[in-house]
Design a protein around this ligand. Structure first.
Ligand code: 3HC
Length: 301
């Protein structure tokens, strides 16, 4: 059955090569998913060789884990590894890509300049997808020569496990682009839904509201471990464990976007801002206990 709002699937174009801009946490998980499900060449790109190598190494290591678990055989592991490559040069590696997805820093100007660069080297039909979790697809596409090829393609962390994919239509997105996005989402074995181009779409808007309330409770003096402990068994992951998983900077960016759009409903936590300013990427240590530096930052000044 065609997902609600999806255009006729006969309009979808084939995807034979995928380019990924960024080689960080989300980008490398995306590379793994695309190579496993589409079995086409996937190129990861980033600003420096070290990040690119780290991204490719992540994909290779995850393929090795699947092999060790007996989920795939040696032949498939070798084939999938050989399909993933990395480069610091988008112009030489994206020329024949027909689907490029960006998963770079959540800043509109950065995303716009990435798409402007990519547009110079790909064909006019190449889909430009963005994994943004909150920014406007319409605005991101506005200055491009072919804004009709831009679409939101929002995955959830951990990408290999979370079934949902939000597909976002901007005001210029064409039926062909949307149909290709739905066909690709299906090939990736995700549950696809069409969502409106509004701040943080559906899931992160709901999560942002939830995180706003949770932050208010902690900022009013209840310790994080008590709040997380109160979730035992009622949610797959307690709220601060979830913030640690997605990254405090992403969580903060999400509530900032939402507070800008709906100031009466969303709360930007000063404590979360302090954690992000201190560049703390995780709340919890390897043993699961609250990082003492984070605990200090979360106390009221
Ligand atoms: N990467 C890859 N696979 C992972 C993983 C990761 N980071 N974490 C867990 N998995 C896999 C495990 O390997 C395991 O697979 P297997 O059954 O094949 O061995 C499977 O997931 C289950 O893992 P576990 O048994 O270790 O742990 P749990 O049963 O506790 O499940 C969880 C872990 C699936 C992460 C679960 O805690 C969960 O659903 N958490 C909520 C995550 C969530 O809400 N994500 C959305 C965040 S919002 C977002 O991403 C949007 C963004 O824009 C901010």
């Amino acid at each position: 059955k065609r997902p609600a709002g999806a255009p006729d699937r006969s309009l979808a174009r084939p995807v034979t090569k995928v380019g990924i801009v960024g080689a960080g946490l989300m980008a490398s998980q995306l590379a793994l998913l695309f190579v496993r499900r589409l079995e086409v060449p996937v190129v990861l790109t980033d600003l420096d060789q070290e990040r690119v190598d780290k991204g490719v190494d992540y994909v290779h290591a995850e393929i090795d884990k699947l092999l060790a678990k007996g989920r795939i055989n040696q032949d498939k592991a070798n084939r999938h590894k050989a399909l993933v490559s990395g480069s610091v040069d988008k112009s030489s590696s994206f020329g024949d890509a027909d689907f490029v997805i960006e998963a770079v820093f959540e800043e509109m100007s950065v995303k716009k300049s990435v798409f402007a660069d990519v547009e110079k080297v790909v064909s006019p039909e190449c889909v430009l997808a963005t994994n943004t979790s909150s920014l406007s697809i319409t605005e991101m596409a506005a200055d491009l020569e072919h804004p009709e090829r831009v679409v939101g393609f929002h995955f959830f962390n951990p990408v290999a496990v979370m079934p949902l994919l939000e597909i976002v239509r901007g005001s210029a997105t064409s039926d062909e682009t949307l149909a290709t996005a739905f066909a690709t989402g299906k090939a990736l074995k995700k549950t696809t839904i069409l969502v409106n181009d509004s701040p943080s779409f559906i899931v992160n808007r709901l999560l942002g509201r939830f995180m706003s309330e949770v932050s208010r409770i902690v900022d009013a003096g209840t310790p994080i471990d008590v709040v997380d402990g109160s979730f035992g068994g009622v949610a797959p992951m307690p709220p601060f464990t979830l913030i640690a998983l997605v990254g405090p900077a992403i969580a903060l960016h999400n509530t900032e976007t939402l507070a800008g759009a709906f100031p009466d409903r969303f709360y930007v936590s000063p404590a979360l801002q302090r954690v992000v300013e201190a560049r703390k990427s995780a709340y919890f240590g390897p043993d699961g206990s609250l990082d003492p530096e984070v605990a200090e930052l979360l106390e009221k000044p």
